[in-house]
Write a protein that binds this ligand. Sequence first.
Ligand code: SF4
Ligand code: SF4
Ligand code: SF4
Length: 500
Amino acid sequence: MSLEEKFSWEFLKNVADALDSYRIRALIDAKKDILEAGIYDESQYDTILFTMLDEEKLKYSLYNFLKNNSKSNLKTLIEYSEDTSIELNKTLSLLEILKNEKLVDVEELHDKIEGDENNPVKLVFKDFAIEVNDGEISKLKPIYEPVIGNGSIVDTNNCSGCGLCQGICPMDCINISNGFGEIDDTKCIRCGLCYFVCPRSYLPVKILNMSLENTSEIKEYSEIGYYVEVFSARTKIKEIASVCQDGGISSTCLYYLFEQGKINYALGAKMSDDPWRPEPLLIKSKEDIISTAGTKYVNNPNLSLLNDLNENSKTIAVVGVPCQMQALLKSKIYDIAIPSLKNIEYRIGIFCMESFSYESLLKICEKLNVDVKNVKKMDINKGKFFVYTKNGDEFNVPIKEISHLGRKDCEVCFDLTSESADISIGSIGSPSGWNTVIIRTEKGKQLYNELLANKLIESKPISEVKPGLPLLKRIANSKKNNCKNHINKKKEKNKRIPTY
Ligand code: SF4
Ligand code: SF4
Ligand code: SF4
């Protein structure tokens, strides 16, 4: 029996009205159109709708609780969590939404720990000062506009190009390609789901780290986010070693997961027919992995493929850049029962300094006097962009000279090391031919240990290799500082910025 038979549609609309959730009303009103679009079947649609209803009810219950307290702080949130038997992290995530919807103002108060010549000044979280914006909820305008359109995330150079909005849109009306987006306005039902999952609308960075650490202690995290252990490693699988860019660890993870039947699909990137223009790839077997080898510097929206993976009880691994890992972890924390997102078992993150549009990449090749068809490998290392040709020649250009060609939207990106992944992999910190591997979750640790136990990789603690963790942390910190500067400049000009 469908849920519709249990509750009258009128009743549901009344609930949505009572909650003043136009997102829910939009979903209810467009039911027929959504089912016709064919992304979600009726039972999946019902589950999404009712999960969102529950989430909205919870959000407003916290709002009302805060409203009844003249002064709210962390203690108030703890009280609310205890009264409602909700985990504190869940309450904190609801607070983030209320803050983003401008229903509350939240100030973080810190204690300052003075530094010395070796240690910088440190801020330690002390408390929240929460103020409820008075007035009726219905008068406070919601902000769930689509991510594409006038003044939107895409139009204001804040879109990372991750592809998740396309990957979950119930009307299939978004197209993200080459780091840019288009929307079919005639189909959009203004449900705001794209805004809700987008890593560039609001991203509760501390809560992402806390969820990885499985703690409700609010604190500051390191330059590379929360992590358990860091290693330097390389693959022992010959076919992967012969085609991979550095240590081949991400390909080895996928190889093992497919071989053991732990995943049905993986999302990654392969080269399209245009040389060095990547395109999203649905990887179905370990044999497909070879075509994904090598680092790509052009933005690739691989999460856009999720729309094809809503089949229940399939398991997926995603290999992607930091903004994609953020999008996935955010969607895990704000779980609204999107089937494909629930199917994701492993987040395998890749380091990323910045990405380019395809046109910009061609300009870099032009600057180096290299025909893109003749390029064998590209790499960023020691502050330079390297191009290696099939004839064995090497060309390079300082990053500073090509930074104007990077995607504008990447300027507001703070994350070098895929801080929201289960396991993060890159080259910075390890010797040539090796990968730096950051283990962040139990799942990541288990996967790494299984690669070792099956003798698929060689591994050393990062402390035993040069240049090691200090260099990685320094570069990660400089990316964070650059991001801060760009965000401050945008703020000064009253331009839209992501809420981190
Ligand atoms: S950041 Fe990702 S989810 Fe947000 S608009 Fe861009 S492609 Fe869509
Ligand atoms: S574009 Fe966004 S708001 Fe429009 S239908 Fe798709 S998810 Fe909903
Ligand atoms: S720099 Fe950031 S936003 Fe740009 S592609 Fe890399 S991870 Fe995504």
